[in-house]
Write a protein that binds this ligand. Structure first.
Ligand code: SF4
Ligand code: SF4
Length: 282
């Protein structure tokens, strides 16, 4: 009787150990995939990377209040478990000229780099036996598309927030502690589990109100996101006007933000700034 009892205890302990072993194996695998993806991205010059669990879209109060269920990762890819977010900073000297042909061209190049990098990550995940879906940097069809539906089909800003890359500012952009709003993001959905990051505990925006005062359209209001939503129709019409002149997007509420590097007015002389900004279609 006593031996039977000891045997059953031993068998229970073996099962517990097996579970522990499996848990630690899956954790190790998660960490090693995360490390590998970061190494690949670093090889492409991308240092800003974060991993968010898809559950965050349903459980985080800020994100679940702003992102409709249809635009959440599990609706777009049913077996998704994680979202990988990558960011490329914009050169502060370039951003300081916005709106300009210099900023407009850099914006296009960075978008292309982000799309290429997310495709590269997707290929790597597929080679490891996972499903993955790169979300295009701009998931909408130009200004006409935005007029019809003023949001992209997936929000990279909210994904970056959940991946711990920053918090929202009064300009409704995601502010990273290092780059402020001067950084662009894209996302990859995958069924791989990854070592997750979580939203930052402290707010990055210092509520100086510069972005609100600078907006030429009055599209921004004071307060904290998500209570102070940008008037997207005003912002879109400004972009349309600048697009016609070949110098969209506007970017003034990004350029003026003091978080990260200080942009406006420190890189160019006033004369050079005027000269660069004069390159517009008439
Ligand atoms: S991008 Fe320009 S128009 Fe749009 S909110 Fe910012 S400053 Fe205003
Ligand atoms: S300009 Fe000031 S208020 Fe606006 S986002 Fe930056 S820190 Fe916040």
């Amino acid at each position: 009787m006593m031996y039977q009892y000891i045997d059953s205890i031993r068998s229970l302990m073996a099962k517990v150990n097996l579970v522990n072993y499996r848990l630690s194996y899956s954790e190790l695998r998660m960490k090693s995939i995360g490390k590998k993806l970061k190494e690949i991205l670093r090889g492409m010059g991308i240092e800003v990377v974060g991993f968010a669990p898809v559950s965050g879209w349903d459980t985080d109060p800020l994100v679940s209040s702003r992102v409709a269920p249809v635009s959440r990762p599990r609706s777009i890819m049913k077996n998704a478990r994680s979202v990988i977010v990558i960011g490329i900073p914009i050169s502060p000297a370039t951003l300081g000229t916005a709106p300009s042909i210099a900023y407009s061209e850099a914006y296009k190049v960075i978008n292309t780099m982000l799309d290429q990098s997310s495709q590269r990550v997707t290929m790597e995940l597929m080679a490891l036996g996972y499903d993955a879906m790169p979300i295009p940097r701009d998931g909408y069809h130009g200004l006409d598309g935005l007029r019809e539906s003023p949001s992209a089909f997936f929000s990279h800003r909210h994904a970056a927030y959940l991946a711990g890359l920053g918090t929202f500012g009064e300009n409704n952009m995601l502010l990273s502690a290092e780059y402020g709003p001067g950084i662009r993001y894209t996302s990859i959905l995958t069924d791989a589990e990854l070592p997750y990051d979580y939203p930052l505990c402290s707010e990055v925006c210092i509520h100086c109100g510069l972005c609100v005062r600078t907006c030429p359209e009055g599209a921004l209001t004071r307060g904290s996101y998500p209570d102070n939503i940008t008037d997207k129709s005003k912002c879109i019409e400004r972009s349309a006007e600048l697009n016609h002149k070949g110098v969209s997007p506007c970017g003034m509420c990004i350029a003026v933000c003091p978080i990260g590097k200080t942009y406006n007015g420190i890189y160019q002389t006033a004369e050079a700034l005027e000269m660069i900004r004069s390159y517009q279609r008439k």
